[in-house]
Design a protein around this ligand. Structure first.
Ligand code: PLP
Length: 379
C-alpha cells in the first residue's frame, strides 16, 4: 500500500448487507440510500453494487447526486428529496434525467409542474408528509391542500404521484410510542390521498432501523442507508454483529516516522498527552482534514503493531501521534483507524463512541484527500 492513507471499500460486504436488509423486509422493494457520496464510501461504485444485490431504487438528497448517477450510466430509478424550491432549474434537469423528485410543499409542486411543462413530459413525484419528525415534509395542516393541487396536476397529466412517504424520528427506539403514532398519522394521510383519488404505488417510511425493527413500517419499499454500509443505526437497534451486517469501509494510514521520546515528554499541541516512560511514538499522516475527529484526541482507538492503541494527544489537521511503547513498528507499517473489526481493529462504531458521535458521521466525514479503493466489484 503506497498511498499515505486509504479507505478500502469492500463491495462484497455491501452486497451481503443489502441481502440481509432484503431478508429483513422480504415483501418490500429496497431503495438504497446513497446520499453524501454513499455515506463517504463512493457514490457510483456503491450504487452499482447495491443494485447488483437487488436494490431497485437509489435515494439521494441532492440534485447533483442524482445527476452524477445518471452521468455514470446508472439507469435504476432514483428518488431525490432535497431540491431547491426557489428556482425551477434543478427540477428541469432531474425530470429530463428521469429522476423522481420529492415534493413537500405547494411551492415544490409548482416547480415540478413547471418542469413538466417546460420539458413536455410528466414529472414523477413522491409526496412527503411530516407525520411528526418536524423536518422535511408537508405539515398536517398543509397536506390536504397539497393533495388537492396534486390531484389537479395529475388530471392535467403534468405529474404522476409515484409515492407517498414520511420519515420516523425514533426508528432507533422501536418501542417508543412516537413510532406507532407516526404510523397512525401516515395511515390517515394515505387515507386522505386515496379519498382524492391519489393511490401511490410506493408508500415508504422505513430507514435502516425500521427495516430491522418495525415491520409495520415496511409498506411497499424500505429506505436503508447506514446498514447498507454495515454500521449500526443506533444502540437501540443492535450492533452490526447482532444485525448480521458487516462494515464496508476500512480506513488506514501508513506510519511515516517512528522515534523515541523520554519519559515526561509532551506530545502534540498543548501537550495534552505526556509520556509516562521512555517510549517510542509513531506518526501517521492523517488528521481532521481527512476526517479524523478532533474529539478523538487522546481517546481515538487505533490498531498498530498488531495491537489496539489510543491516539496520543491532540489530533492535528494532517497528523496524529500514537505511543507504541516498545512495540516493533517501522515506517511504512499500516495503522488501522477502523474496519470490520475481525482482526482486532476498532470499528467506525467504536470510533463513534470514543469521539461522542455516531457512526454515520465517522464515515461520511472521511474527506476527499483520502482515496477510496474498491474490492469485490463484480457488478
Ligand atoms: C438518510 C435517510 C434515510 C436512511 O437513513 P439510515 O438511518 O441511514 O438508514 C432514509 N430516508 C431519508 C429521508 C433519509 O434522509
Amino acid at each position: 500500500m503506497t498511498e499515505r492513507a486509504r479507505a478500502q471499500i469492500d463491495l462484497d460486504a455491501l452486497r451481503a448487507n443489502v441481502s440481509i436488509l432484503h431478508e429483513a423486509a422480504p415483501t418490500a422493494a429496497l431503495l438504497a440510500v446513497v446520499k453524501a457520496d454513499a455515506y463517504g464510501h463512493g457514490l457510483v461504485e456503491c450504487s452499482k453494487a447495491a443494485v447488483s444485490a437487488g436494490a431497485s431504487y437509489l435515494g439521494v438528497a441532492l440534485a447533483q447526486e442524482a445527476i452524477a448517477l445518471r452521468q455514470a450510466s446508472i439507469t435504476t430509478p432514483i428518488l431525490a428529496w432535497l431540491l431547491q424550491t426557489d428556482s425551477v432549474d434543478e427540477w428541469v434537469e432531474l425530470v429530463l434525467a428521469d429522476v423522481e423528485v420529492s415534493v413537500s410543499s405547494v411551492r415544490g409542486l409548482q416547480k415540478a409542474i413547471e418542469a413538466a411543462t417546460q420539458t413536455g413530459t410528466t414529472a414523477r413525484i413522491h409526496l412527503k408528509v411530516d407525520t411528526g419528525m418536524g423536518r422535511a415534509g408537508a405539515s398536517l395542516q398543509a397536506w390536504e391542500g397539497l393533495l388537492r393541487d396534486s390531484a389537479q396536476a395529475v388530471a392535467e397529466q403534468s405529474i404522476e404521484v409515484v409515492g407517498v412517504w414520511t420519515h420516523l424520528a425514533f426508528a432507533d427506539q422501536p418501542e417508543n410510542p412516537i413510532v406507532e403514532h407516526q404510523l397512525e398519522v401516515f395511515h390517515q394521510a394515505l387515507g386522505q390521498a386515496e379519498s382524492l383519488g391519489i393511490k401511490p404505488a410506493l408508500r415508504h417510511v422505513a430507514n435502516s432501523a425500521a427495516t430491522f425493527k418495525t415491520p409495520k413500517a415496511h409498506f411497499d419499499m424500505v429506505r436503508p442507508g447506514i446498514a447498507v454500509y454495515g454500521l449500526s443505526p443506533g444502540v437501540g437497534v443492535g450492533t452490526s454483529q447482532e444485525l448480521g451486517i458487516r462494515p464496508v469501509m476500512t480506513f488506514s494510514a501508513n506510519v511515516i516516522q517512528v522515534k523515541e521520546l523520554p519519559a515526561g515528554h509532551g506530545v502534540s499541541y498543548g501537550h495534552e498527552y505526556v509520556t509516562t516512560t521512555d517510549t517510542s511514538v509513531a506518526l501517521l499522516p492523517v488528521g481532521y482534514a481527512d476526517g479524523v475527529p478532533l474529539a478523538g484526541s487522546n481517546v481515538g482507538p487505533i490498531f498498530i503493531g498488531s495491537r489496539a492503541r489510543t491516539i496520543a494527544g491532540r489530533v492535528c489537521m494532517d497528523q496524529v501521534v500514537v505511543d507504541i511503547g516498545t512495540d516493533q513498528v517501522v515506517e511504512g507499517d499500516e495503522a488501522i483507524f477502523f474496519g470490520p473489526g475481525d482482526s482486532g481493529e476498532p470499528t467506525a462504531d467504536d470510533w463513534a463512541s470514543a469521539a461522542n458521535t455516531i457512526g454515520y458521521e465517522i464515515v461520511t466525514r472521511i474527506g476527499p484527500r483520502v482515496p477510496r479503493i474498491f474490492s469485490g466489484g463484480g457488478t
